[in-house]
Design a protein around this ligand. Structure first.
Ligand code: ADE
Length: 248
């Protein structure tokens, strides 16, 4: 049988010191340390051929900022990707990309790994993205200073789904987005808690009732209500898929 190697993220960046960053801590960090996944970080500047180590240039057509050169990024990708058997998708993090969602995260966890290209400055020359058929992904409708924090977000979301990284499969299937809904609210001890205005705040009675069936119903109703009011976009999709949703 062919050897199965660990899920591997290759990250191409001008700021390789930003990795593993937060991924070196907590569950992802422990999983990395025991080899449940691998991180291969490469400095794009190592591809520069001139004395100044230049990797970017002015945008054609004018405008502010600098653009990462296609030849430099191409060399970095050539170094990182094995053309014979590398099945991993190449992802460029950019606010121009398709928004990342849990379904894409789940698919990436099922792939052998991922190659992440992080841009700085105004971005990367489009030709090299086209030539490598890079998938463009955004982590939200706001602009970060570069692709690195976005890569950390993507990796965090994927790594926690890898086999053996998180504890119980149950907590994964109950959580936000897994069924197209936001999650229900959580409560723990003490059952009665007094806030700083002196107001007593008690846990909803149903949660201490011991009726597992009714608790499950209550949680579902809470999840639906939160989704309807906070995320009408998600609610519409959920309602279209579910009979109960359509009746409302
Ligand atoms: N680079 C800068 N902003 C970004 C975003 N919102 N998503 C992905 N990459 C980015």
């Amino acid at each position: 049988m062919a050897e199965t190697s660990a899920w591997t993220a290759t990250v191409l960046s001008l700021f390789p010191e930003m990795f593993p960053g937060s991924l070196g801590q907590s569950l992802a960090g422990k999983a990395l340390a025991r080899g449940a996944w691998q991180l291969d970080v490469r400095d794009i500047r190592a591809q520069a051929s001139d004395l100044h180590g230049s990797v970017d240039d002015m945008p054609f057509g004018g405008g502010a900022g600098m653009v990462m050169r296609p030849d430099i990024v191409d060399s970095a990708l050539n170094d990182a990707v094995n053309p014979v058997d590398d099945q991993r998708p190449i992802i460029y993090l950019t606010p121009r990309g398709r928004p990342l969602d849990q379904a894409r995260v789940q698919d990436l966890a099922n792939d052998p790994g991922v190659i992440l290209l992080c841009g700085r400055y105004e971005g990367v020359d489009q030709r090299v993205l086209d030539a490598w058929q890079a998938e463009e992904i955004s982590v939200g409708d706001y602009v970060l200073s570069g692709g690195e924090p976005a890569a950390l977000v993507l990796l965090d979301a994927v790594v926690r789904l890898l086999p053996g990284v998180m504890g119980t499969a149950e907590s994964l299937s109950e959580e936000s987005f897994e069924r197209g809904l936001l999650e229900y609210p959580h409560y723990t001890r003490p059952a009665d808690w007094v806030d700083r205005q002196g107001q007593k705040r008690s846990v909803p009675d149903i949660l201490t009732s011991g009726h597992h069936g009714r608790i499950a119903e209550w949680r579902k109703a809470q999840a639906e209500q939160a989704t309807r009011t906070r995320r009408p976009d998600l609610w519409q999709r959920y309602a279209a898929k579910n009979d109960e949703g359509q009746k409302r």
